[in-house]
Design a protein around this ligand. Structure first.
Ligand SMILES: [Zn+2]
Ligand SMILES: [Zn+2]
Length: 130
């Protein structure tokens, strides 16, 4: 059965839900993710674009992705929480930031990308529960 995912921002203004897309989750260490999250990396979970619904319109910041294609970062216009990431290159899905999930413990990173850009204080490996 398709896995339903729900989440939202810190202030509660924006709520979203959708169904898990089959693509891998990932931990991204690129400088864009570092700047946007104020942390060492982002943790991204893909949802099927056709199933995705969101309660309010996010503010969207457009930037050039690593692939050279436009990438769109969506955040709450009230509290600024990072919520979504979309790319014209992968138009069948929307990525949500794992820590915006109502149940973030449900998330598991499946791969790391842009590990060359990882900060020395931030692990570049995937921690697999044993
Ligand atoms: Zn908010
Ligand atoms: Zn990134």
């Amino acid at each position: 059965m398709a896995e339903r995912v729900v989440g939202g921002c810190k202030c509660g203004h924006v709520r979203y839900e959708g169904t898990r897309h089959s693509a891998a989750t990932f931990r991204c260490h690129c400088r864009d993710c570092q700047k946007l999250t104020g942390s060492g990396h982002s943790e991204m979970l893909p949802l099927e674009i056709d199933t995705f619904s969101i309660s309010e319109t996010c503010k969207v910041f457009e930037m050039q992705g690593g692939s050279g294609q436009p990438t769109y970062s969506g955040f709450c216009p009230n509290c600024g929480s990072q919520l979504t990431r979309r790319s014209t290159r992968m138009s069948d899905r929307v990525y949500v930031h794992a820590s915006s999930l109502d149940d973030p413990a449900h998330y598991a990173p499946e791969k790391s990308i842009y590990t060359d850009a990882a900060q020395p204080w931030d692990t570049d490996g995937i921690i697999k529960p044993s």
